[in-house]
Design a protein around this ligand. Structure first.
Ligand SMILES: NC(=O)c1ccc[n+]([C@@H]2O[C@H](COP(=O)([O-])OP(=O)(O)OC[C@H]3O[C@@H](n4cnc5c(N)ncnc54)[C@H](O)[C@@H]3O)[C@@H](O)[C@H]2O)c1
Length: 409
């Protein structure tokens, strides 16, 4: 049957009372057949999410897995069995996982400090790659990855998928597409959330491995702030500390050294200014975006509040003066997508990745944007450490980054 464009009604496809419809008559009640097979490298928290979302998106399936930890592999396989009876391939080495001709693309979900080494092996395959964010924990590794990507034969997408959260995706359409605020003048974002979760080897408790909180986690927000400001960052000034989380945490004799709160200001080349507020000892999850233009104000939020049964709430207000229409909406994806991970953003990230493999132009983050997000995070970490503002141009020159950053607008 020819490929169709009709609305997908997955709840009908899977409804047992429609089981009587024979396979050959399933037209509306079936999705497009999978075209691609993915190998997932690193099967911890986000590796499992990528496995789940690959199957849900449906144009690709998970073919094989590689992880250094037998336990991570066993748990990922066990969980996969809950929704599929397909047997997954496992590999003795990273090289074997990357070069299996049966796999069409690779998803790298290993800790930040391993990204460069894993990527160097992965690119020997010539396959499209989805590389988790942050691209790397430091500017030297991030530069090398951006350099590799520039000459690579296939796309390398970076996992900056917060741009697909419904609140931010809708805000991008309004502010950058429809220009409902006029010219953007200020961008502020906040993330208040519980502490970093336990990880294999606890790599995220140490700045050397993760890049520090402002790189590891906040690269998502710096990516968004740059998009809304519409220009390259020029100066970063930040303050923050480790006030509550992991202050007594040690592993292998080394004390945890990551920030759990920070305030970061960013100046942009076009005169726009930005501010970011981080708190990681909050009992529930709250993210906020406020964009002010010369013609209006946008406020968007996403919240999973312990007082409201841990259910996702979202909101987006566009406020104008007397001369234009204001409105309030609650941007959402359908439940099945929203609950599949990161408020549905990972699902859309996968849709873009498959489109990219198909050769289409997409708005997926590339390695140049990945490098810029690490650059702002690294500048913020440096500013906290030195208590001084950091000129982005100085870091660009010091690390020879210009050729690998997105072109200036
Ligand atoms: N895009 C997002 O929103 C998002 C969310 C969570 C994590 N991440 C990123 O994904 C990556 C993994 O994070 P996580 O939370 O899944 O960590 P995790 O510790 O839960 O899982 C990492 C897995 O990688 C394995 N591993 C470590 N080194 C390896 C190697 N050299 N080769 C193969 N496997 C290896 C570990 O055994 C573990 O199973 C990090 O870069 C993190 O920043 C992104």
């Amino acid at each position: 049957m020819a490929k169709k464009k009709e609305l997908r009604l997955r709840h009908m496809e899977e409804a047992p009372f429609f089981d009587f419809v024979e396979e050959e008559d399933r037209y509306l009640f079936t999705g497009d057949p999978a075209k691609y097979r993915f190998n997932v490298i690193g099967t911890g928290t986000i590796g499992q999410e990528h496995m789940r979302v690959t199957e849900l998106e449906g144009r690709a399936i998970v073919h094989g897995l590689f992880d250094l930890s037998a336990k991570s592999l066993a748990v990922a396989q066990h969980i996969f069995k809950e929704h599929s009876d397909r047997q997954l391939v496992t590999y003795p080495t990273l090289e074997a996982a990357c070069n299996d001709p049966a796999a069409d693309a690779l998803i790298i979900c290993t800790p930040n400090h391993t990204h460069l080494d894993v990527l160097k092996v992965a690119v020997q395959s010539g396959k499209p790659i989805l590389l988790e964010k942050p691209m790397a924990p430091n500017l030297a590794d991030a530069r090398e990855i951006a350099k590799i990507a520039k000459d690579y034969v296939a796309p390398i997408q970076v996992g900056l998928q917060y741009r697909y959260k419904a609140t931010y995706a809708e805000a991008i359409k309004e502010v950058l597409g429809r220009k409902v605020l006029g010219d953007v003048k200020t961008v502020s974002m906040a993330e208040h959330r519980p502490p970093f979760l336990d990880k294999v080897g606890q790599w995220n408790k140490f700045a050397e491995k993760s890049g520090g909180t402002l790189v590891e986690k906040c690269c998502h927000y710096f990516d968004l702030m740059t998009m809304f400001a519409g220009a390259r960052p020029t100066r970063v000034f930040a303050t923050g500390n480790q006030a509550v989380n992991f202050v007594n945490f040690e592993k292998n004799g080394k004390k945890s050294d990551i920030l759990d709160n920070a305030f970061v200001t960013v100046d942009y080349k076009n005169g726009a200014t930005g501010a970011f507020s981080l708190n990681m000892f909050s009992p529930s999850f709250y993210e906020e975006l406020i964009v002010m233009g010369d013609e209006g104000r946008l406020k968007a939020f996403e919240e999973i509040n312990t007082l409201q049964d841990d259910v996702l709430q979202t909101g987006l207000d566009i406020l104008h003066g007397e001369d234009a229409i204001s409105r309030r909406i609650s941007p959402r994806y359908i439940d099945r997508i929203e609950t599949s991970g990161h408020s549905g953003a990972t699902y859309i990230e996968h849709a873009r990745f498959v489109d990219l493999i198909d050769g289409k132009d997409t708005d997926a983050a590339d390695c140049a944007e990945g490098l810029l997000a690490v650059l702002v995070g690294a500048a913020a970490e440096l500013s906290v450490a030195t208590k001084q503002p950091v000129e982005i141009a100085d870091l660009i020159n010091e690390h020879d980054l210009e050729d690998f950053l997105p072109p200036e607008k």
